[in-house]
Design a protein around this ligand. Structure first.
Ligand code: SF4
Length: 136
């Protein structure tokens, strides 16, 4: 059993639905699907060099959730010295589900919600695969 905690970090993308979908999926995992088995952290704190956030990612197996190919979450986790245990991109999910076309940004519409649910399921499976030491 892996003893390292699991930290799911979504990008902070705004202006398009992709970032919103990644964040919504992350909250579905840490608040519902795998509550108590994975946590999340604020990417902006990491980018600003916050000591506590940096230490937390260095001690965890990190799952990056990015909206687009610019990969802000994955890159900043790596820059901060974190270990990427798994990686998801909302754009990849859209490619696999071309019939779904999310449009709303602030609140997810039906297609955005469906994509967030699918992404959350995939992340939850990865949390199971990684095991994880659980949260204190
Ligand atoms: S990965 Fe893409 S959507 Fe997410 S914050 Fe970066 S530019 Fe924005």
């Amino acid at each position: 059993m892996n003893e390292r905690p699991i930290l799911i970090i979504p990008c902070s993308g705004i202006g398009k639905p992709f970032g919103t979908i990644g964040r919504d999926a992350t909250f579905r995992v840490v608040d519902e699907l795998r509550k108590g088995r994975a946590d999340t952290s604020c990417l902006s704190l990491l980018v600003m060099g916050d000591e506590e956030a940096t230490e937390q990612i260095r001690e965890s197996d990190c799952i990056a959730v990015d909206g687009c190919p610019l990969e802000c979450a994955r890159k900043n986790i790596e820059i901060a010295g974190g270990r990427i245990a798994a990686y998801f991109r909302v754009m990849d999910l859209l490619r696999d589900n071309r019939g779904l076309k999310p449009k709303q940004v602030t609140f997810l519409d039906d297609d955005g919600t469906r994509l967030a649910e699918m992404l959350a399921e995939r992340i939850a499976v990865k949390v199971d695969e990684l095991g994880g030491g659980g949260l204190d």
